[in-house]
Design a protein around this ligand. Structure first.
Ligand SMILES: CC(C)(COP(=O)(O)OP(=O)(O)OC[C@H]1O[C@@H](n2cnc3c(N)ncnc32)[C@H](O)[C@@H]1OP(=O)(O)O)[C@@H](O)C(=O)NCCC(=O)NCCS
Length: 162
C-alpha cells in the first residue's frame, strides 16, 4: 500500500478524531479513561495558535483517507528532547509499515532539529506498539507507578548517537 505522511493542519482535525476513536476498541483491555480518543475540542488548541507545543503527523493513503496519526510534543525542545505521543494506525491498515514510517518521521524531526532524545509513554498491554518501538531501538527506561488512570505506564527512550 502506498501512503504519505505530512504535517496535519486545522482542516485535518476531524480526520484525526476519527482515527483516535479507535481507542474505543481497547475497552476492557485498558482502563476506560485511556480508551477515550481526543475530541475536536481537545485538539483545536494545537492547530489554531492557542497552544504551539504539538506537531501532528498524518498518514494518508492514495485515496487521501487518513490512516494513521501521532504527534511530536515540543514542550521540552529547549532541553533537547521531544516526546512521541498518541500514535494510532487504523486497524484495517496495520502491519503495512505506517506506524514504522510515523516513528521514522519523528526520528527525522529529531535529527533535523538537533534533538538527541526522543521519549514516549506506552502501556504493557500495547504489545504491537512495544515491538515496534523496540525494533526502532527505543529502550525501556522504567515503569512509572500509577502514572495515568491509576495504572502503571512504561517509559521508552531513544538517544541519538553522538
Ligand atoms: C502500534 C501501531 C501504531 C503500529 O502500527 P503499524 O502500522 O501496524 O506498524 P508497522 O506496520 O510499521 O509495524 C507493525 C508490524 O508490521 C510489520 N510490517 C510492516 N510492513 C509490513 C508489510 N508490508 N507486510 C507485512 N508486515 C509488515 C512490521 O514488521 C511489524 O511486525 P511485527 O509486529 O511482527 O514486529 C498499531 O498497531 C496501532 O495503532 N496500535 C493501537 C494503538 C497503539 O498501541 N498505539 C501506541 C500508543 S503508545
Amino acid at each position: 500500500m502506498k501512503f504519505k505522511i505530512r504535517l496535519a493542519t486545522l482542516g485535518d482535525i476531524e480526520k484525526i478524531v476519527k482515527i483516535y476513536s479507535e481507542w474505543g476498541k481497547f475497552k476492557g483491555i485498558l482502563p476506560d479513561c485511556l480508551t477515550i480518543g481526543d475530541s475536536y475540542d481537545d485538539l483545536i488548541k494545537f492547530f489554531d495558535g492557542t497552544n504551539d507545543s504539538r506537531r501532528y503527523l498524518l498518514a494518508e493513503n492514495e485515496s487521501n483517507e487518513a490512516i494513521g496519526v501521532c504527534y511530536i510534543d515540543l514542550i521540552f525542545l529547549g532541553y533537547n528532547n521531544i516526546r512521541l505521543g498518541d500514535m494510532m494506525v487504523k486497524e484495517k491498515y496495520r502491519k503495512m509499515g505506517v506506524g514504522g514510517a510515523l516513528v521514522d518521521k519523528v526520528i527525522d524531526y529529531a535529527k533535523e532539529n538537533n534533538v538527541n532524545k526522543i521519549w514516549l509513554w506506552t502501556q504493557e498491554e500495547l504489545k504491537d506498539a512495544i515491538r515496534l518501538y523496540e525494533k526502532k531501538e527505543f529502550v525501556f527506561e522504567g515503569r512509572q507507578k500509577n502514572q495515568f488512570c491509576n495504572k502503571d505506564t512504561l517509559l521508552y527512550g531513544l538517544v541519538a548517537e553522538s
